[in-house]
Design a protein around this ligand. Structure first.
Ligand code: AMP
Length: 282
């Protein structure tokens, strides 16, 4: 695996790849890699001639300074994981490579409704930060395919919207959420929890599963309320438990029994904020 730290070096390297007509798969990450990230890389290796992963903890998407400070860093282990899973190029930029003009917000993206709900509501500015970094990374890598995890359902929608705004023809591939055997969605932030706390955090997954099994046509008020109570019983303090149309994340309180739905949850578990979601018609 080649490790490239400078944006200009990566541009030159990938220009040669494109001239040879090879397809480029891109997996952007913030490191502290786990099986969820690896599943994206595997998919990229299946679909593309060459896979590029990036590791960059993007300061502009953290609305909470403490969260940024505590974000796990395991770079040696990450390099080993990527090598073992046949990553061709690791892009490991510094903040100055991505933000040569500084990290002050330089551009606003019109994300509309998507930015006002769920993570957008609870993490103001988060998606603007995500778009800042992804636009810059895509400008450097210019991949054929962008690999994203369904774990961050709203982020997938935001990034599809970003690609539209950029009139980009980069294709997105959304990969299913990878879970621990107990159902907990894999997340770099899980590293901040003890085994016991991680067990309690399975309440997010179990609550989503419970919604999926118990949802009925008609009012959804009761099921959302019960789900919220259940999370609290397991030391998970919910920011939200919502049910929305899977296609556009329009939040609904009444279900006609046929629209495709997704349930989404965010909760703080022993000081660590976790998110998860589940399609309700799988
Ligand atoms: P992150 O490093 O958390 O920014 O995530 C980088 C990419 O990995 C994003 O596209 C995430 O949605 C994806 N990802 C994170 N966790 C998982 C998971 N458990 N399963 C599948 N994809 C994931």
């Amino acid at each position: 695996m080649e490790i490239i730290k400078k944006a200009t070096d990566l541009r030159i390297r990938l220009q040669k790849v494109r001239e040879g007509k090879a397809t480029i798969g891109f997996v952007p990450t913030m490191g502290a890699l786990h099986e969820g990230h690896v599943s994206l890389l595997r998919k990229s290796n299946q679909v593309c001639d060459l896979s590029v992963c990036s590791i960059f903890i993007n300061p502009t998407q953290f609305n909470n300074a403490d969260d940024l400070k505590k974000y796990p860093v395991t770079i040696e282990q990450d390099i080993y994981t990527l090598e073992k899973n046949r990553c061709d190029i690791l892009f490991l930029p510094g903040v100055n490579d991505i933000y040569p003009g500084g990290t002050e917000l330089q551009e606003r993206f019109d994300l509309g409704y998507l930015e006002t709900i769920l993570e957008g509501e609870f993490r103001p500015g988060h998606f603007q930060g995500v778009c800042q970094v992804v636009k810059r990374l895509l400008g450097i890598v210019d991949p054929t395919y962008l690999f994203l995890g369904q774990k961050d359902y709203q982020q997938c929608m935001v990034l599809k919207k970003l690609l539209q705004l950029l009139h980009s023809d980069i294709r997105t591939v959304i990969c299913p959420t990878q879970r621990e055997t107990n159902g907990l969605a894999m997340s770099s932030r899980n590293q901040r929890l003890t085994e016991q706390q991680k067990n309690e955090a399975t309440a997010l997954y179990k609550t989503l599963l419970w919604i999926k099994e118990n949802i009925r046509k008609g009012s959804l008020a009761r099921i959302k309320e019960e789900a919220g109570k259940n999370l609290l019983l397991h030391n998970c303090k919910p920011d939200y438990v919502e049910i929305a149309l899977a296609d556009n994340l329009e939040m609904i309180n009444e279900w006609n029994g046929s629209n495709k739905l997704v349930a989404l949850v965010a909760a703080e578990v022993y000081g660590v904020r976790l998110i998860d979601n589940m399609l309700l018609d799988d």
